[in-house]
Design a protein. Structure first.
Ligand SMILES: [Zn+2]
Length: 205
């Protein structure tokens, strides 16, 4: 059990360090922001025992795992200023114990969830089109880590689809799609579909 490896106050101390590190920073450059989070995690070794304890980070905290694997430089970052401000707001609320905060941290598991959520704000790319199933605009680009194929996952209904919009039931670990995944896929998308998706416009126009 993870909790048996440290007291609750230790996790509160780790989180206090994280908040103290991030809140005063004025920079809005996403990579520096993520590097600060990464350095904090590595200096503390806060997730080290976590990764050894039988929890599968690849399944449960894919964005955090990308950060700890030094892959933040491969993120496609859509609107970093908003994400940084939002991340700081969440941290501030958690730190102050605001009643509206759902990000209370009582263990390393909670801390991992919180940091994974923050990193996901930078890592996950949303498609500019409606979900084939629920018709909401929550389609995100993910990658099947075993097959190394890009896919859609809908944040609204949980539906998963191939890049051709066929519904699938994925049983493999997935991670947010990185820049190289999207660049690779855009080559066939351009030819097959006759139009570029938003990220292709962002990267190459
Ligand atoms: Zn949906």
């Amino acid at each position: 059990m993870i909790g048996s490896q440290g007291s609750e106050s230790m996790w509160w101390r780790y989180r206090r360090q994280l908040v103290d590190l991030l809140l005063p920073t004025a920079e809005d450059r996403p990579l520096e922001f993520l590097q600060t989070v990464s350095n904090w995690a590595k200096v503390n070794g806060v997730f080290y025992s976590f990764s050894l304890s039988g929890w599968n980070m690849e399944v449960t905290y894919p964005s955090l795992l990308l950060l700890l694997s030094d892959r933040a430089g491969e993120f496609v970052i859509e609107d970093p200023k908003l994400a940084i401000n939002e991340s700081k707001r969440v941290l501030q609320q958690a730190y102050e114990g605001a009643p509206s905060s759902v990000h209370h941290v009582y263990s390393v598991v909670d801390l991992a969830s919180e940091v994974d959520w923050i990193v996901a704000q930078f890592a996950i790319v949303t498609a500019d089109e409606a979900c084939p199933r629920c018709k909401q605009s929550g389609l995100e680009y993910w990658v099947d880590s075993v097959m190394n194929t890009i896919m859609f996952s809908c944040s609204e209904c949980g539906g998963e689809f191939t890049i051709d919009r066929r519904a699938i039931v994925n049983t493999h670990p997935v991670r947010p799609a990185l820049r190289q995944d999207l660049q690779k896929e855009s080559l066939s998308l351009r030819g097959d579909r006759g139009k570029k998706s938003w990220w292709a416009k962002t990267l190459w126009q």
